[in-house]
Design a protein around this ligand. Sequence first.
Ligand SMILES: [Zn+2]
Length: 192
Amino acid sequence: MTIHLNQYPALVLNADFTPKSVFPLSTLNWQDAAKGVFLGKYVRVVDYEASLMTRTQEYVFPSVLAMKDYVQVKNRGVPFNRHNIWIRDEGKCAYCQARLKLNEFTFDHVKAQVHGGSTEWENIVCACQPCNGKKGSKTLRQVEKDHNMTLRVTPHVPTVYEIAAKARRLGGFGPTPQEWIDFLYWESELER
Ligand SMILES: [Zn+2]
């Protein structure tokens, strides 16, 4: 029986049962997972209902593993980039809520750059080209008066959990094994 490397991936949690990394998601292919389990680096949290017979014993594929020792996580922040801005705003124009593809949205500086608006999470939103054109360097109040346009999102620094949950809804992670859901999405699901 041949088991492909992309079958039975294992989600890796830290010793405190939080994902070692959410973005990108910390996972191992089944061979690396097996090595780590064999070396005693991980403890099994949840197993798949699938196994492999070796010459001496049955190896059950782990679905969720936790580090035996806690690993300091350096930076839990979400990288500020085009992809993540699109995910935070759920692939929609912040003004008219039109669905936008990743390659077609434009950045809007809520407070225009000419007025000292900076390029950071709190001042950047996804916008469609027509809305962005109408907005230009106008203030929110002006653009509401002139074009009846309202900002429908609050530009904010997203958490990794928020991005992970939204990426999942937008299909960004591909299929997620059911066993992983409890460890990945509880925070954002509770927020809703
Ligand atoms: Zn729009």
